[in-house]
Ligand binder design. Structure first.
Ligand code: GTP
Ligand code: MG
Length: 585
């Protein structure tokens, strides 16, 4: 169909996009009968300000259903780089030539972008047929026809005069200053944890953009492997994603085989002629290597492509400029996708889980316990597993053990991956709610006390059985991999990093205990509760701690301080089980 109206669409050439960290968006929902898009948001995220308990669990869909719906939605969606002065109404009218639009939003990322979801996939073909590849006078373009497009105005002055520009909303979390204000004026520590969650969790638009980005990369990978799927995994889908987190992608080639299995009826079995290589790892490295080349050479908006093929889990890392996502593409990594499903279940069972995980992750980041650079630090994944383990240890438990989720599984849940039994119940409705009614405030304080006094020197953390076990080796921190049970997911953590974690946990437990006694006024300007815990170490933190510690100590705290004084500074690992607090000022 010929392009008429506000502008001309062109396939985006490889050279014209620039990176950005700012993301602003709006969502306009235009209902479109027959699509599932409208329902997905409510089913994926708890309502804002969710309190404790199981209230929204039964509304939730299975992980696989959500992922399939999101993928299908993304396949009906295009990403369009727009002029800043675009007239939203005219833009939508222009695109509607190709079919009804189900949903759209705009966001800024050094330039204005529109994410437009059509009701039908056919509309994309129609749009692409009316789109041309630009020719530049100074640079040659690679004529790759994707769903990432560029809109130009035919008559810019005419557009500007109408003053009906696209509406955009800021979608990034607030600045630290704003966050501290929000936290300071909260009514309780429970409120503070829920505010942090709702402020930092992925928005609907951000989730859509993540799935769209995977879908765009899938189109590129499909040039080599028709029918392949690129699934997002990790915090983008496991309910623990924070705005700004990376986008982990899994290239699934098994889906290719599954498509045609039913055609193998009768006495014959047809196989593809293939090349063989000595190991799965080499196959993965070769596949990722060509896809990495492809992204680098032909992928619009894919920059800084690095092939990290000798890592334990080979990957291709790149930046997707238009979305602003840092992407890690892996293959042959289906256990990680299953781990994401497991975390999705745990995150959906009780709204306290996500609130606690977000706070612990933010606390760890604020104190540089975690880092975006790989190293001897605790990872967000490990911290999440530590929170899950702690919630399994409550009385009564807030979360079930992985073994009990396995015992609830049906035949259709059975899943063996690379020889590992990854079976667990996937239907949330079949999991009995916990009778535990503890507040978030109590849970946060107890989390810090629990790990501030955990016998890391001899015990491991194990969410499969939900109980402390003897460590099988001398790694400072041993967290059993839930599916590959002979592996430790925190093998990289150094003794120093663990010690720092323990000391900060003890400090934080102490600060919360003092809060409980002194009940600071919510309107006081002094950071309190969660806000006090998130303060990075510095003059403010020191003065806060000093000020608070002038207040009378309880007998229990006096006892704890006496205990720690009698131990040497570095003996925390050798005094398992003792209830101690740090003497650090
Ligand atoms: P962010 O820090 O927000 O990105 O959290 P994340 O959960 O996405 O962590 P990350 O990007 O480091 O890893 C992505 C996913 O890979 C995790 O959610 C896990 O499913 C898996 N993963 C990460 N680290 C390990 C590990 O050490 N062992 C195993 N088995 N899986 C891991
Ligand atoms: Mg991640």
């Amino acid at each position: 169909m010929a392009a008429r109206g506000v502008g001309r669409l062109t396939c985006l050439p490889l050279c014209s996009q620039r990176s950005s960290r700012v993301l602003r968006s709006i969502s306009r929902h235009l209902s479109c009968p027959g699509t599932v898009a409208a329902k997905v948001r409510n089913e994926e995220q708890p309502p804002r300000g969710a309190k404790t308990g199981f209230e929204d669990r039964t509304l939730k869909k299975r992980f696989s259903e959500v992922q399939k719906e999101r993928r299908e939605q993304a396949q009906r969606t295009v990403l369009i780089h727009c002029p800043n002065n675009i007239n939203e109404k005219k833009f939508l009218k222009y695109l509607s030539q190709h079919g009804p639009i189900n949903n759209h939003f705009f966001y800024e990322s050094i330039g204005l972008y529109a994410v437009v979801e059509f009701c039908q996939k056919d509309s994309i073909n129609s749009l692409q047929n009316g789109t041309h590849t630009p020719s530049l006078s100074t640079e040659a373009t690679i004529p790759f026809k994707s769903r990432f497009l560029n809109l130009k105005l035919k008559n810019p002055s005419n557009q500007i005069s109408e003053q009906s520009f696209a509406h955009t909303n800021n979608q990034f979390p607030p600045s630290s200053k704003k966050l501290f204000e929000l936290l300071n004026y909260a009514e309780s520590i429970d409120d503070q944890l829920n505010i942090l969650l709702t402020t930092f969790q992925l928005t609907e638009e951000n989730i859509r953009l993540r799935h769209l980005t995977c879908s765009l990369i899938e189109d590129i990978a499909a040039a080599y492997f028709p029918g392949c799927v690129i699934w997002p995994f990790g915090s983008s889908v496991n309910t623990f994603g924070k705005l700004g987190c990376d986008l982990d992608m899994f290239l699934d080639l098994d889906e290719v085989g599954k498509l045609n299995v039913h055609k193998n009826a009768g006495n014959f079995l047809m196989e593809f002629q293939v090349k063989n290589v000595p190991s799965e790892r080499i196959a993965t490295q070769k596949i990722l290597s060509v896809i990495g080349e492809c992204l680098d050479n032909f992928g619009p908006g894919c920059v800084g492509v690095q092939k990290i093929l000798n890592a334990r889990c080979p990957l291709v890392r790149f930046s997707h400029q238009a979305s602003g996502f840092q992407c890690d593409l892996t293959a042959n990594n289906s256990i990680a996708l299953k781990s994401s499903e497991l975390l999705y279940i745990y995150g959906s069972l009780d709204s306290r889980v996500r609130a606690l995980v977000f706070s612990v992750r933010c606390w760890a980041r604020a104190h540089s316990l975690t880092s975006s650079i790989p190293g001897a630090w605790i990872t967000n994944f490990s911290l999440t597993v530590m929170v899950i383990f702690f919630l399994q240890r409550r009385s009564p438990p807030i979360l079930p053990t992985l073994d009990s989720l396995k015992s609830l599984a049906d035949a259709e849940d059975r899943c063996i991956l690379e020889g590992n039994n990854c079976t667990f119940i996937r239907d949330l409705k079949k999991i009995k709610p916990s009778g535990n009614t503890e507040t978030l405030e109590l849970l946060l304080k107890e989390f810090f006390e629990y790990y501030g006094n955990f016998a890391f020197n001899k015990n491991s953390i194990n969410i499969r059985q939900g109980k402390e076990q003897n460590k099988p080796d001398s790694s400072p921190l041993y967290i059993q991999n839930p599916f590959e049970t002979s592996l430790n997911i925190s093998k990289n953590v150094s003794p120093n990093q663990l010690q720092k974690f323990v000391e900060l946990a003890r400090d934080s437990a102490w600060i919360l205990e003092q809060e409980e006694k002194n009940q600071p006024s919510p309107s006081s300007r002094q950071p309190w509760g969660l806000a006090a815990l998130l303060l990075p170490p510095g003059p403010h933190h020191t003065s806060l701690s000093r000020k608070k510690r002038k207040k009378p100590m309880s007998e229990k705290v006096k006892g704890l301080l006496a205990t720690i004084k009698s131990n040497s500074a570095d003996s925390f690992a050798a005094t398992p089980g003792k209830r101690t607090v740090s003497t650090k000022a």
